[in-house]
Every structure is written in C-alpha cells, then in structure tokens.
Design a protein around this ligand. Structure first.
Ligand SMILES: CC(C)(COP(=O)(O)OP(=O)(O)OC[C@H]1O[C@@H](n2cnc3c(N)ncnc32)[C@H](O)[C@@H]1OP(=O)(O)O)[C@@H](O)C(=O)NCCC(=O)NCCS
Length: 195
C-alpha cells in the first residue's frame, strides 16, 4: 500500500456510516486494544456514531473514498486539566497496516493538539508491542503502568501510560528520535470519543 495516496482528514457527521463500520470492526477484531466493547457499541443506532463525530474529534485515513484508519483526540475537561489531551480509539484496518497510515494519523492528531494542549497522553495494553513501538517512534515516552487496568471475562490487562510533551520537542512536526519501543484508552471524564 502506498501511503502517499492516503488522505488524512477530520471526519464529519456525513462519515458516520463508514466510521461506525470501521469502529465496530476494530472492537470485534482487536477487543483487547479498546476500553469499549463490540457488544456495547453494535447495539447503538447510527445517530449515536453521528453524534460522536459531531461532538468529538476523529481523524480518518482515506484511500479514494475508503476509510482505512481512525484516531481520536479528546481534550481533558476542567480548568486544571485542560492543558492535557488524549489520543484515543486508534485503529488501522489489517490489510492497510505497515504502510505508515498509523503514523500519519498520529501526526494529524499531534498537529491539531499542538494548537490546543501542552501534552498528549495515551494508554496502551502492555502486550501491544506494535502500537507501543509506533508511539515511541513519534516521541511518546512511557511514564507509568496501571496494573490490572482492564478486566474482561476474568482476565486482567495492564496498561502502559505514555505521553508526548508538546512543549519540549524541538522541531515543528512533533517527531522525536526513534526509540525502541496497544489500546488507546479514554482516561477523561469526557466521553465524546471513547477509546
Ligand atoms: C497499532 C496500529 C494502529 C498501527 O497502524 P499501522 O498503520 O500499521 O502503523 P504504521 O504503518 O504507521 O507503523 C507500523 C510499522 O510500519 C512501518 N512503516 C511505516 N511506514 C511504512 C511504509 N511506508 N512502508 C512500510 N512500512 C512502513 C513502521 O516503521 C512501523 O514498523 P515498526 O514499528 O517496526 O517501526 C495497527 O496495528 C492497529 O490498528 N492495531 C490494532 C488496534 C490497536 O492496537 N490500536 C492501538 C490501541 S492503543
């Protein structure tokens, strides 16, 4: 897949059908990567997904008119936390992976977030090495671990907490030197774009 042919843009309410389809595929195919579940969201009407796009910020990666990947951004609520934002709901269709689409989506989020907040946070399930490496390559630094953060059907998952300090990085596009390095979890009270 040629990443140069990919268009990254903010999803609008008119994209709700494609967004719902990809979001449900993500929850079905990578259940351990997200805080929400397929069972919960597949029961929601289309209007619920439209509302989410209208009230939150989700970037989509398109090839022609096909939606291949999504990534959301949520600014934290409250005066004392409004300088922080969250990268959430990151997903690229399996047949479109390893072509730089995930990276392009995160760069779009960073570009937007730079105008809004000082730091971008995310959380990723500890076994998701692929996502951890991608985030690390874009400058996100691991700052903690939440043991037993998720529990599903009696199984616990630890989450790695990562952050990108937008005040510290030197260049204009948010890139940092690659490091060796995934659910993106919603840790905010805001629920416009859940993980
Ligand atoms: C994690 C995820 C979003 C990554 O998406 P992706 O589009 O494959 O990511 P990228 O292509 O940008 O990067 C992945 C790899 O492809 C490589 N790559 C980037 N551009 C490339 C290109 N043009 N050609 C070939 N490979 C490329 C990257 O170097 C990277 O490899 P590395 O990590 O070994 O260095 C995707 O695997 C996914 O949706 N997983 C399931 C859901 C999930 O885990 N979400 C994250 C929750 S926190």
């Amino acid at each position: 897949m040629n990443a140069a042919r990919i268009e990254i843009r903010r999803l609008a309410t008119a994209d709700a059908v494609a967004y719902r389809d990809l979001r449900l595929a993500a929850l079905r195919d990578s259940p351990e990567a997200f805080g929400s579940t397929f069972e919960r969201e597949s029961a929601e009407p289309l209007a619920w997904f439209r509302h989410r796009l209208g009230n939150g910020l989700v970037f989509g990666a398109f090839r022609s008119f096909e939606l291949l990947g999504i990534a959301g951004f949520v600014r934290r609520e409250g005066e004392k936390e409004a300088h922080k934002g969250l990268l959430v709901g990151m997903y690229v269709r399996p047949d479109a992976r390893d072509a730089g689409i995930g990276r392009q989506l995160i760069e779009a989020v960073i570009g937007y977030a730079r105008q809004q907040v000082e730091v971008i946070q995310l959380s990723v399930v500890s076994g998701n090495e692929r996502a951890r490496r991608l985030y690390a390559g874009l400058g996100f630094v691991e700052y903690g671990i939440e043991k037993n953060s998720l529990k599903q059907r009696g199984h616990y998952y630890d989450e790695i907490l990562m952050a990108l300090d937008l005040m510290r990085d030197g260049d204009s596009d948010g890139r940092m030197p690659r490091a060796d390095g995934a659910r993106c979890e919603e840790r905010s009270s805001s629920t416009a774009v859940p993980s």
